[in-house]
Design a protein around this ligand. Sequence first.
Ligand code: AMP
Ligand code: ZN
Length: 118
Amino acid sequence: MSEQDNCIFCKIVRGEIPAKKVFEDDDVLAFLDIKPVAPIHVLVIPKKHIASLAQVSETDAPLLGKILALVPTLATAQGADDGFRVIVNAGRIGQQEVQHLHIHIVSGPQPLGPMLAR
Ligand code: AMP
Ligand code: ZN
């Protein structure tokens, strides 16, 4: 059994579990976070299983660039027309919960507060 078989985000990519998709192409899928931490909370993932930002290499650069370049369009489409925050949790210290690379786009309407509690 491969890592992908039980990966919750791979299951969303394969259509095995539902998600509120907001964008999809051959390489990338974006959907609403099931437990939003802000009024706007979108996850953007590569369709290909990459476990973590902690495990990418230079060969992943075009895909990562594509994902990041989609952020302003996705954010604006969700109503985040006055800024947003992008978060990528990685590994144990980053407290990454789902082991399939994803970026969080979160936004207001109110300012989000400090990046981390001091
Ligand atoms: P992270 O801690 O960066 O790994 O974040 C994982 C995120 O995935 C959390 O914000 C969860 O709420 C979200 N999540 C987990 N399962 C689902 C799901 N089935 N559909 C949408 N979002 C999910
Ligand atoms: Zn996966």
